[in-house]
Design a protein around this ligand. Structure first.
Ligand code: HEM
Length: 221
């Protein structure tokens, strides 16, 4: 089909899949923030999700498809762009380019690696520290799992680093998807770019608050 082959079609698929992933990131942050309300609230929320398994699985399948589409076309379009770029120009024209926009592929790859690690840790519970913990507590305790894991400096630092990658990726990703969908124009360019920065910064700080408060013992067991 044309949409899977043409550059514009694939850009639209990247944009729509990116929007679904951003929606997940927003909802996931709201759910995770229940940790600040104490063990019973976040564990109750996790139990409630477990009682809605068909819904949770539909969401998981949709997110997995969105992630695969986003990563596949992201890599493909980046490689094609590289090949198409004329070589030997003394000055490379990079319209409104900045560190975030030039490194979307790298922040994206690092985020994908983080997601793989994160799923092994908290969804499949197979990383050593979580596997040992679930064996001792013997029941599903999200609060204990997250706090015991993120109070380790190296793991907290990994999360904090991943949140900076999330900020850089979304800082360009948000204005970019609005542009692809035709929801941006010369007049809205600057406010939309500022909004992209602000939303990404809020998401980064919101997520970072969890490992930081755990590391400093504000959230503890
Ligand atoms: C401090 C930051 C974060 C914490 C504490 C956290 C916590 C968790 C926990 C506890 C789970 C397991 C849920 C369950 O199985 O019941 C989970 C799953 C997940 N997290 Fe995170 N998360 C964080 C950041 C992120 C970020 C930034 C992303 C995406 C960029 C992300 C993507 C996911 C995904 C895709 C799942 C699987 C959802 C599912 O199995 O339904 N997380 N997270």
């Amino acid at each position: 089909m044309h949409i899977f082959k043409s550059t514009v079609g694939r850009k639209i698929l990247m944009s729509v899949s990116g929007q679904l992933l951003i929606l997940f990131v927003l909802v996931h942050l709201m759910g995770n923030s229940a940790i600040f309300l104490g063990p019973s609230v976040i564990n109750g929320y996790a139990e409630h999700l477990n009682s809605l398994l068909p819904l949770v699985w539909s969401m998981r399948v949709a997110m997995l498809i969105a992630l695969l589409v986003h990563v596949t076309y992201g890599v493909q379009l980046t490689l094609e762009n590289k090949e198409a770029k004329p070589k030997g120009y003394a000055v490379q024209r990079q319209l409104r380019a900045n560190f975030a926009s030039r490194n979307m592929i790298w922040t994206g790859v690092l985020l994908a690696l983080f997601i793989a690690y994160h799923l092994l840790q908290f969804t499949f519970k197979v990383t050593p520290e979580v596997a040992a913990l679930t064996a001792t507590i013997g029941r599903y305790d999200v609060y204990a799992m997250v706090v015991t894991t993120l109070r380790r400096g190296v793991i907290a630092a990994t999360y904090i680093f991943a949140m900076v990658m999330l900020y850089l990726h979304l800082r360009h990703g948000i204005p970019s998807f609005l542009q692809t969908m035709g929801w941006n124009n010369a007049r809205t360019l600057s406010p939309i770019s500022a909004m992209g920065k602000a939303v990404s910064a809020l998401l980064m700080l919101g997520y970072m608050a969890i490992p930081v408060t755990i590391l400093f013992g504000v959230l503890n067991i």
